[in-house]
Design a protein around this ligand. Structure first.
Ligand code: COA
Length: 474
């Protein structure tokens, strides 16, 4: 029997994401056609200016809880997990059906219909609310927990040996804005479940979390309101400020920890093969990556310019300098013009194409799924077969209100063992809904489901007290 050495330094734990599952409703609304005609919107704006082709639409029997349970069931089946393997289920959502009861308790109720009454009794569940970043805070929490979890390895008799437990993070949301509003074409619905444990097959999280928070009114949903109050353009700016703040915090912390220390003339993003941003709509990741690359490339220029900064200056000239302008109006105009030219420069477009573009593959077909959208980006890389062992990924999560987190992860050698998601195929098999049916579902006026449920959890009804009843339909 091994002796416990109290002086030994604990080995650094490799923790992260072992597997992922994605649930997307089987209904969609194409944005070009009846929708664009009725709303009087140019298709070019939706396809290019916003970047979405189809929005996932939740059917009458679906809500954030059914979608979460469907994603978890799939994750358990994919990974061969048993209920007793799961110690914690942390749920990130901003469309929970209850103001007090944790969504995860409804999920556990549904799972026990499949795995047996009481099978999840020892599992903890809690909800993280922080707009679209809730899931990432949940992931951070579970990573710390997984890293410090006790494992009885050789201590005692055979029967005492405890199987290592895993945690699950679930993102589940229906993104809903008022009909005919400018937010309407950035809706969507879906759920992502992430299996978090030590020695993960997919991604090892490097445990450097760059953070930024500020009190903002960009997007919020006061008690009792079915849709959010959105100051759309302001939310874009808050997103950019917060992500840049979190990136700087990450860069400083990663440098101190010796994880990323760029030599003279190099940048932090040189050490990242892909960057995944929160995707409220695909065009937003172009704005975000232009802001981050521009900021990062010029940061190293004090003593020695980065290769990218030199290339950009050769293409579009020098950055506007405040002292060259008489008033702030002129400076702002020059700044806006430079930003526009930067986002069209060859140097930026090459970096965007190589490191960011593929992360929006699924979002174009699904729309915004709020808390899960950054992880839909991860699923996009898997679907596009762009996740290569040894590569480092940067993640930039944003939640209105507002907060951002920037963290990094490395793709593990066993990533190829993780089964494919088959999502592109599943998205192809969805049913198109008419504008009238979509509007009825949106307003909660659909009397029955459009598709007959099969092999999924459904909302069977809401009783007089407001308690929700769910069922598994074979
Ligand atoms: N062809 C191609 N592009 C077009 C176009 C056309 N016919 N018409 C407009 N566009 C472009 C615009 O030029 C603009 O691109 P630019 O920024 O490069 O100039 C882009 O489409 C967006 O159009 P715009 O009119 O500026 O925005 P909007 O009024 O449609 O609002 C949001 C966009 C995102 C603010 C709005 O949908 C919203 O509030 N969404 C919910 C909140 C949200 O998702 N916030 C994001 C941060 S969390």
């Amino acid at each position: 029997m091994k002796k416990f050495d109290s002086k030994a330094k604990p080995a650094a734990q490799v923790v992260g994401i072992d597997d992922i599952s994605v649930y997307v409703p089987r209904l969609y609304l194409p944005l070009v056609g009846e929708f664009s005609r009725q709303r009087g919107i140019d298709p070019g704006k939706l396809l290019k200016g916003i970047g979405i082709e189809k929005m996932a639409v939740a059917d009458a029997h679906e809500d954030a809880a059914t979608m979460a349970a469907n994603a978890l069931l799939d994750l358990m089946r994919r990974s061969g997990l048993r209920p007793e393997d799961i110690d914690k289920i942390y749920v990130g959502t901003e469309s929970a059906p209850d103001e007090a009861k944790a969504l995860g308790t409804y999920v556990i109720g549904m799972m026990e219909q499949v795995y047996g009454k009481g099978s999840f009794h020892e599992c903890e569940t809690v909800e993280f609310k922080a707009a679209c970043i809730g899931t990432t805070f949940a992931l951070e929490s579970l990573c710390y927990w997984a890293a410090f979890q006790d494992r009885m390895e050789d201590g005692g008799a055979e029967g005492d040996l405890e199987r290592e437990k895993a945690g699950v993070v679930i993102a589940s949301d229906i993104a809903r804005y008022p009909l005919s509003s400018s937010g309407e074409y950035t809706q969507g619905a879906g759920s992502v479940a992430l299996l978090v444990k030590r020695d993960p097959r997919l991604l090892a999280i490097e445990q450097v979390w760059g953070a930024f928070s500020r009190d903002e009114n960009d997007f919020f949903r006061p008690m009792g309101c079915a849709t959010a109050v959105v100051n759309g353009k302001h939310s874009n700016q808050c997103y950019l400020d917060a992500v840049q703040g979190a990136f700087d915090s990450f860069a400083a912390r990663a440098g101190r920890r010796g994880i990323i220390r760029p030599p003279e003339g190099c940048c932090v993003t040189d050490f990242m093969d892909r960057i995944l941003f929160h995707i409220p709509y695909p065009r937003m990741i172009e704005y975000a990556s232009a802001a981050i690359f521009r900021h990062d490339w010029k940061r190293s220029s004090k003593r020695k310019k980065s290769r990218q900064q030199e290339a950009v200056e050769a293409e579009i000239g020098d950055e506007p300098l405040a002292e060259e302008f008489r008033d702030t109006g002129e400076l702002q105009a020059a700044e806006a013009d430079y930003s526009r030219r930067f986002s069209r420069s060859r140097t930026f477009l090459q970096a965007f194409e190589a490191k960011v573009k593929d992360t929006a593959l699924l979002s174009r077909q699904v729309g915004n799924i709020y808390t899960g959208s950054i992880y839909l980006g991860l699923a996009s890389l898997m679907e596009a077969q762009k996740l290569m062992p040894g590569e480092r990924l940067g993640f930039a999560a944003y939640g209105s209100g507002c907060s951002a987190l920037f963290f990094s992860a490395t793709v593990q050698p066993r990533a190829e063992e993780v089964a494919g998601l088959g999502l592109l195929q599943r998205l192809q098999e969805r049913r198109e809904v008419s504008l009238a049916d979509y509007e009825r579902l949106h307003e909660g006026k659909a009397e029955r489901s459009i598709l007959k449920p099969a092999g999924e959890f459904i909302l069977a009804g809401v009783d007089g007290q407001g308690y929700r009843h769910y069922e598994y339909i074979e």
